[in-house]
Design a protein around this ligand. Structure first.
Ligand SMILES: Cc1ncc(COP(=O)(O)O)c(C=O)c1O
Length: 331
């Protein structure tokens, strides 16, 4: 592949900056205060009923939102988009959300402020609570909502952003969008991903890639997939039973602003294995290079397209690129 500077002149303008990630917390410390059903409460005072419908049948919907430190204080990334997706997930599961978008937006900011966290991961979750043993929770089970926050540094391990991760293709296929609404972030869907992640771990890999029922590539367990071949960036869409990620959308916007050739279409495992580079995107995983899939090795390192996106993304989300200031909400 030719040096990237020749293809995209903007590349040279993106500095490498490890300080963006070196100062991250190591663990995932839980915060003291949780917004629960409308009020800020101490975490240790909270409990979930043992007959909560969600515990038995996976009937919860949730979001994951990053909080980043910037020179102007902590910011939440694409908060409005996350809250909209949260509402859409709830609606698909017949949950009538007791709070409107404005209240949930404010709750995310309030819980972040109260806990004094800047490198954080915010988890709004709505679930069907206690009620009869039946599969019609929308009839009688109350909808309970909380917004929690915890610290989060580099999600897929300390070296993941710099060195990349090792992936395996799972023997578990991704549930099809005709099985359940795969675009929703619903707890029940993640049993599929847990099986794949455990299998990957047991085989000695960092994470798994799931294929669709048709045999094309879907996504990693909690990340969207991109690959680069001969200077073109490729990713799939919701017809591949993915959650169309908000991070994925950031990358597509960055690519458009760099005038990089992009294709959004389904692709096969073979095409993925023949790629020059592969990387994954997600709120938690950010932009993580894939260095290997089942023994097939890909280009990684600072002169790759993936590194360009990683740096551009990290600069945007930490307030270092004014063109993307509208992605950020201050506390
Ligand atoms: C299955 C799955 N795919 C993709 C993503 C990436 O989505 P986002 O970038 O909005 O975090 C996530 C994480 O939310 C996920 O759970």
């Amino acid at each position: 592949m030719p040096p990237i500077e020749h293809e995209w002149p903007n590349f040279a303008g993106v500095p490498e900056d490890d300080t963006l990630t070196m100062t991250r917390p190591k663990g995932q410390r839980l915060a003291r205060w949780v917004w629960y059903d409308g009020d800020l409460r101490k975490a240790e005072s909270l409990n979930v009923h043992y007959y909560a419908n969600a515990l038995h049948y996976g009937t919860a919907v949730f979001e994951g939102i990053r909080c980043y430190p910037t020179d102007r204080g902590p910011v939440l990334l694409r908060l409005g988009d996350h809250i909209s997706r949260f509402m859409a997930s709830a609606s698909l599961y017949g949950m009538s959300m007791p709070y409107d978008e404005g209240a949930l937006f404010a709750a995310c900011l309030e819980v972040t402020r109260k806990n004094g966290i800047d490198n954080g991961y915010i988890r709004p979750l709505a679930y069907f609570g206690e009620g009869p043993i039946d599969l019609k929770p929308k009839k009688e089970c109350p909808v309970r909502v909380f917004v929690a926050i915890r610290e989060l540094g580099i999600f897929l391990g300390d070296g993941a952003l710099r060195n990349g991760v090792r992936m395996t293709v799972s023997s578990w296929r991704k549930a099809h969008h005709t099985v359940y609404p795969t675009q929703a972030k619903a707890s029940g869907h993640y049993a599929n991903m847990v099986l794949a992640a455990h299998e990957a771990m047991d085989r000695g890999f960092d994470d798994a890639i799931l294929l669709t029922q048709e045999g094309t590539v879907s996504s990693a367990t909690g990340q969207n997939l991109f690959f680069v071949k001969s200077g073109t960036l490729v990713t799939n869409d919701e017809t591949s039973s993915i959650v169309p990620g908000i991070t994925r959308d950031c990358i597509l916007k960055l690519a458009a602003d760099m005038s990089m050739p992009v294709q959004v279409r389904s692709f096969t495992r073979e095409e993925l294995l023949r790629a020059d580079e592969v990387f994954m995107t997600g709120t938690a995983a950010e932009v993580t290079p894939v260095r290997e899939i089942d023994g097939v090795v890909f280009d990684t390192g600072k002169n790759t397209v993936g590194a360009l996106f990683q740096r551009s993304y990290l600069r945007a989300v930490t307030g270092k690129d004014d063109r993307y200031a509208h992605w950020l909400t201050s506390l």
